[in-house]
Design a binder for this molecule. Structure first.
Ligand SMILES: [Zn+2]
Length: 392
């Protein structure tokens, strides 16, 4: 048994017998958008993770490894971040089912948020493995700002800056609400079981149905359709109701199905609209970079101001110290000068006294000498008068 491969019959069944359709999506839905299947060890991303020096590729989504080293995850997040990719034809088909009032619930294992970007309303989506849509601190569980997160992730390849909790004193690691290995699935997942159980049709697209508990939801005995490259799970093994099994590229099969449903134009219109969901991330990256540079500039300016202030204070202190030193020096000099002056003064007065005494002595001497000379002259005259005979 290989299941019912009649696409016309599936279209008829959807149109005539379905009111509540459930979808179960895997990575295969997003591969045509350019997003690699990073949960499959055989293909895509795991092979590219070797360069991140992981102990094993799965470690990039291991909560314990992340707590020790979040760099590989953020490197990957930078490459995979939503907004870089356009929703696929298959994503637009989900929106179309909603527009026709047939969508009960879209369960996805993908974290790329392409269902939302295709316009499927949030309340109709269960992201079983979480998504990049929200994030919080691992330590205190406080949500982290969406825009800040986006800037940090988009600039990660350049800045290597890990998002950290902004609650004062916390500084915990921030992680997108993606379910890592070792974490439990969101509550919305368990709440979705009844919708799957009561669905008129469960369409399983682009998944290997190997990751549990997600894959377990495909086991409920409601009518099923598989749109996938390969036969997976227990598809084709049931008899009543028989499964629809359509193997091939999901976008091609969805297009064909929509032709059968008469929805092709609507599908293409919605897909064209989805083009607008792709953000100009280069522009956003440039804006984020400019913001980052401005912040760095402001920080540098603040630092410079702080340094200048510090320097000024130091200079003032230096000047004060210098002036104290100078004053001390001056005082010292003055003291020395004083001493010198004093000593010079003393010497001067001594010299003056000495000089004066000398003058006095000299004067006396001269006076005495003068008297001496006079006396001798007088004596000489007298002697002459006595010794010289009178001349006759
Ligand atoms: Zn925190």
């Amino acid at each position: 048994m290989t299941g019912n491969t009649d696409i016309k019959e599936l279209a008829r069944f959807i149109k005539e017998e379905c009111k509540n359709i459930v979808l179960m999506l895997g990575a295969g839905v997003s591969t045509s958008a350019g997003i690699p299947d990073f949960r499959s060890p055989k293909t895509g991303l795991y092979a590219n993770l070797a360069r991140l020096n992981l102990p094993r590729p799965e470690a990039v989504f291991d909560i314990q490894f992340f707590q020790k080293n979040p760099v590989p995850f953020y490197t990957l997040a930078n490459e995979l971040y939503p907004g870089k990719f356009r929703p696929t034809i298959t994503h637009s088909f989900i929106r179309l089912l909603h527009e026709h009032g047939l969508l009960s619930l879209c369960l996805t294992q993908n974290i790329d948020t392409l269902e939302r970007r295709a316009g499927v309303p949030d309340h109709k989506i269960v992201e079983a493995h979480g998504s990049f849509a929200t994030q919080r601190c691992l330590k205190c569980r406080r949500p982290f700002d969406d825009a800040k997160m986006k800037d940090l992730v988009l600039n990660f390849s350049r800045t290597k800056k890990i998002p950290r909790c902004e609650k004062p004193g916390c500084n915990g690691l921030v992680k997108p609400d993606i379910v890592f290995f070792g974490e439990s699935l969101p509550e919305a997942f368990s709440a979705s079981v009844s919708k799957v159980r009561n669905a008129d049709l469960n369409i399983v697209i682009g998944t290997s149905l190997t990751v549990y508990p997600f894959a377990g939801l495909a086991l409920y005995p409601c009518p099923r359709a598989l749109i996938n490259l390969d036969l997976v799970g227990d598809f084709g093994e049931r008899e009543d109701p028989d499964d629809f099994v359509l193997l091939g590229k999901c976008d091609d099969i969805i297009r064909e199905l929509c032709e059968e449903l008469g929805w092709e134009d609507e599908l293409l219109k919605l897909w064209e609209e989805a083009k607008g969901s792709v953000e100009d991330l280069e522009e956003r990256g440039r804006e984020a970079e400019a913001k980052e540079k401005e912040r760095e500039h402001l920080e540098a300016e603040e630092e410079a101001n702080r340094l200048a202030e510090k320097l000024e204070k130091e200079m003032v202190l230096d000047r004060v110290a210098e002036s104290i030193e100078k004053k001390e020096e001056k005082a010292e000099k003055e003291e020395i000068l004083g001493q010198v002056a004093e000593s010079i003064g003393k010497k001067q007065s001594n010299a003056e006294v000495e000089a004066e005494t000398q003058t006095e002595t000299d004067t006396t001497k001269t006076e005495l000498e003068d008297k001496d000379v006079k006396n001798r002259k007088d004596q000489d005259t007298e002697q002459k008068e006595e010794t010289d005979p009178p001349k006759l």
